[in-house]
Design a protein. Sequence first.
Length: 393
Amino acid sequence: MAADGKSSWRRLFGDRTIVHVDMDAFFAQIEVLDNPSLRGKPVIVGGPRDSARGVVSTCSYEARRYGVRSAMPIQQAVKLCPHGIFLRPRFERYAAVSGHIRRILAEFSPLVEAISVDEAFLDMTGCEHFYRDPVHLGRAIKERIYQETSLTCSAGVAPNKFLAKLASDQQKPDGLVVVTQDQVDHFLLPMPVDALWGVGPKTAQRLRQAGIHTVAQVRTRSLESICRILGATHGRHVYDLAFGRDDRPVEPYSPPKSIGKETTFPVDVPDGPDLRAHLARLAASVGERVRRKGVFPRTVTVKVRFPDFATHTKSISLKHPFCDDDTLFKQANALLDHFNLQRPLRLLGVYVSNFQEQGQTSLFPLEADRLTEAVDALNQRLGQRVIRRGREL
């Protein structure tokens, strides 16, 4: 770059230089790293091959050649890749490596936003002068991660988060793609419309029914016409992304938007006492985490999944925030009633959201609050949840 490096970077990327780092088949890579005999083989992480309920967490690129994908049922993966090596996930190991990678990224920029265990955004604005050009920047990050972990990643360098994430996905594995301001149209316009964040199968179908198949075709329509198809908020979001506009900052830390837990049953569970006991245990686990984090939710959500993988949620928002198990279970139980279950469930989940910093104070603590505090104290002292309410049994 020229001597006026700062202005050169601004000409390339505008107000921000954003990098998205995405580890390649992260769980599978770690399994190969720990067991080199797996190298070059179709590794599928998610559960043993005889798992009737397991789902693929991730898989090596060798397995992907057979059509295996994340979130696919293990039994389907076995049919596509019968000679695959199926492994149970080791989440503690993956989390430890993820923490190491986050510490590496923090040495490149003070603004790092981890969006999952295996990917993160970096805002490199103001730190660019250490690097000759965007390729040098991207390679420096990739090489440092590889030197310290022996793992490869793909990186995208662009003017905003949306474009950086899209760029990092273009040359996997071990890729590096740079998209400067003057390259946005060439990069973005030929892409299918479902490349835009928020355009899932149903939204894509609605757009295609309106004759919109590519990002370029979104741009040929007015904002008003896109909003008529998708609604005002979603339409504006899709329209802005079609022009490569995304002004969201990289946020090093943001409070959790939700806290929840779900379980996939080894055998489908019909509605009845067993299912309600599962619900009570989930509510108790979520309630304990809520109190440990010191947050007070107002919204409760119950998630169900049927044997055919059809998934539905129902939510309710209360007038006042809460943190006790009794309120959480009462609302979750009522939501489960509203599903009017006629079929057994494959999965059940309970979530809370819409947090406030503190709940409604009371001059006289409720008996339920004192009971909750006592149960939490005993379980913490014993190191595990051994004290349970009768509804959990």
